[in-house]
Design a protein around this ligand. Sequence first.
Ligand SMILES: *[C@@H]1O[C@H](CO)[C@@H](O)[C@H](O)[C@H]1NC(C)=O
Ligand SMILES: *[C@@H]1O[C@H](CO)[C@@H](O)[C@H](O)[C@H]1NC(C)=O
Ligand SMILES: *[C@@H]1O[C@H](CO)[C@@H](O)[C@H](O)[C@H]1NC(C)=O
Ligand SMILES: *[C@@H]1O[C@H](CO)[C@@H](O)[C@H](O)[C@H]1NC(C)=O
Ligand SMILES: *[C@@H]1O[C@H](CO)[C@@H](O)[C@H](O)[C@H]1NC(C)=O
Ligand SMILES: *[C@@H]1O[C@H](CO)[C@@H](O)[C@H](O)[C@H]1NC(C)=O
Length: 397
Amino acid sequence: MAVKQSLVALVLALAVAALPGLPPQACPAIPKSAQLTSDPKLPDPFSFFDSHRKVETKAEWACRREEIGQLFQTYELGALPPRPEKVTGSLANDTLTVNVTHEGNSISFSVGVQVPTTGSGPFPAFIGMGGLSIPIPSDVAVLTFNNNDMALQNDATSRGIGKFYQLYGVNATASAMMAWVWGVSRIIDVLEEVPGHANLDLTKLAVSGCSRDGKGALVTGAFEERIALTVVQESGSGGAGCWRISDAMLAAGVVTQTASEIVQENVWFSEAFAQYVNDTAILPFDHHMLAGMVAPRGLLSIDNTGYDWLGPESVWGCMKTANKIYQALGIPDHMGESQAANHTHCDFPAEQQPILDAFIGKFLKGEATNTSVLETADAPLGFVDSDWIDWTVPKLH
Ligand SMILES: *[C@@H]1O[C@H](CO)[C@@H](O)[C@H](O)[C@H]1NC(C)=O
Ligand SMILES: *[C@@H]1O[C@H](CO)[C@@H](O)[C@H](O)[C@H]1NC(C)=O
Ligand SMILES: *[C@@H]1O[C@H](CO)[C@@H](O)[C@H](O)[C@H]1NC(C)=O
Ligand SMILES: *[C@@H]1O[C@H](CO)[C@@H](O)[C@H](O)[C@H]1NC(C)=O
Ligand SMILES: *[C@@H]1O[C@H](CO)[C@@H](O)[C@H](O)[C@H]1NC(C)=O
Ligand SMILES: *[C@@H]1O[C@H](CO)[C@@H](O)[C@H](O)[C@H]1NC(C)=O
């Protein structure tokens, strides 16, 4: 009897461990409420939140990544609901219809699907947050996600407006960006079920967006593990920038977007985040760790040095630091930062084409391209590692 029970328990434990999105069984629990301690430097990605125990293995990193995701949900982005009871959909006339039901409420939304007209599938695909502003090869499909329809982002009065909130209620803690992540996840749920997966290769999905939608693309890549490649374009502070570095830039007289400004401008972040924005040193993370959540999957941040508002020094320092997480995992070339010289915001500069093509080649087409890139057109941008980093990079085995 006892043997039988422990066998059942073992089988259950194995089943739970295998479910995507759930932490492996050995992960330490995340404290419900915790005392935050001030850390003016970029927090150590390799030290557990509560115990301060060091991450030494890749398996421990999986737990730490899960913990970081919980921390972002608690302090900055709001809760990401799990897959709801009922997700159905269909593909017709280049439109994917996604229907979702949760606790008696239903929503339906549409996604434009452009599948290549030459060659034979299954094709890799980009999901564009509100569309794409990067050039995509003709043998890659494009899905256009109307993220504003899921969660509005006009200004600070947009809180709770959009289809996500029709389903989960206007008081759901999820910020607009978390609602977008949820929407992308439901698109993939439906693609998994439509006949022939709409002629798409669901192991080769990418997400991209520019500016505010670039912030959303980064959050989506961080939380949705079915995304193989995340291309974040000119996302600035709140995306590829780190809050602490942006604050230092403003303090030095550079007019850049900070956490303090951003919560008054729009609803990209949760209401809970507002209480931390004037003292970002108290946050148990910064955005190098959001980017690190994408690992080991592909991540490319393409940026622009020409606009102070985007926090170019912040983005450069933050993404250089994020790469250290990929270094620890032994895959530094799965994450790239390419900061081009000034050009019109969200206009893709031709000189970044080879880098973009290399990432698409490696992560969407299985090619052995060179994706080693950590470069800024205006180097040095004033980010000195020792000013911001007081931890070392382990070799995770
Ligand atoms: C989705 O919802 C729409 C609108 O309510 C409905 O017309 C359609 O039949 C539904 N499709 C599926 C596959 O459930
Ligand atoms: C798809 O388009 C065709 C031709 O325009 C039309 O007859 C058909 O009703 C459309 N189907 C749907 C599901 O919208
Ligand atoms: C949302 O919260 C407000 C303020 O606490 C409350 O008045 C309102 O009834 C809540 N709405 C719903 C749908 O729960
Ligand atoms: C942060 O500072 C701004 C501007 O000074 C102020 O309006 C806001 O109330 C402050 N927030 C908190 C939580 O103290
Ligand atoms: C950057 O480029 C934009 C668009 O060409 C231009 O409007 C802006 O003045 C430039 N900024 C700087 C600092 O040169
Ligand atoms: C990859 O490209 C980088 C940047 O151009 C270069 O420094 C590096 O040597 C290349 N690596 C390989 C293996 O070709």
